[in-house]
Design a protein around this ligand. Sequence first.
Ligand code: UGA
Ligand code: MN
Length: 338
Amino acid sequence: MARLRLKSLFLLYFVASCGGLLYALSQLGQSCDCRTHLVAAEQRESELLSELRRVRRAARARDRVGAGRRDDDGGDDDGGDDDGRPLPTIYVVTPTYARLVQKAELTRLAHTLVLVPALHWVLVEDAEEPSALVRRLLEGSGLEHTQLHAATPSRMKLADSDPRWLKPRGVLQRNRGIAWLREHRAADTGAVVYFADDDNTYSLELFEEMRWTRGVSVWPVGLVGGLRFEGPVVVEGRVASFHTAWRPERPFPIDMAGFAVSLSLLVSHPQAAFDPDAARGDLESSLLVSLTSAEQLEPRARNCTEVLVWHTRTERPKMKQEEVLVKQGKGSNPAVEV
Ligand code: UGA
Ligand code: MN
């Protein structure tokens, strides 16, 4: 009985195996619809490739931070070395003023800055008093920070109907930031100061480019001056001229976002400041002429061939419907901070 059952089990197994084998053979050489497999495989491949790129980028950024310099810049003009010295602090001085998009602008900028090591944000409000909105934003940012304020007198302020270029903006605020640094951080001799407007777009690489600035470092700025980019033209490692369309004869025809200054240079030139009465396009020069000369500028961003910061501007939000609802007593809840 047991033998019989074993025999039939064996037979059953034999038949099933043969069937499987025959089926497999019959499938050989037949066309199959492999597209779905291919699509999935390609998708996975592209996911893996972009992951690889991301890891490579992160590793490169880490190397740069660790070494404090880019090896591919050539020359020895950046003063950095590999001996493990602590990173120089970057003091980012940002003028800012109350308007509908202020919190959005500052949130975006804070989220960039929080990714940069050894950075201190000096946020200077164009206001009579520090605001709770800015204080909360700074406290929640996780950034090392200082909240300052300096109000632009109304005679120096743009009216709503004025064109944007009529009067320089953020001037007293930047000067307030410089004064604070001279007073409280003069001893931080390795530090660097960057004037970052609250509406521009900054790549993380930019900050590592400026970190080892000895005097004044420079690089191109995208989407400014009516051009794709403006920036210094470098010949044999030195700034020979400037690519700009607007009054090229200016001493330093560069945008605020296109340079950084060593703190010790600002400390050793106590009179150096931005001129609140500077003519259109002369604001940057008004500080730089007392600090440096074009020949002394330290080119960064691959000899000024890479754009790592963009002079973006935020559209002013239209409030037509809000005005309509306000008239009906149904405006957006003013207790909600925007
Ligand atoms: C351009 C330059 O990129 C600025 O660095 C320069 O200050 C400005 O021109 C100028 O000629 O004064 P633009 O985009 O036209 O910049 O200026 P905004 O972005 O409107 O203002 C520059 C900074 O000043 C911003 O951080 C802004 O928040 C601040 N600001 C503006 C004030 O603190 N108060 C104001 O009344 C207006
Ligand atoms: Mn701007």
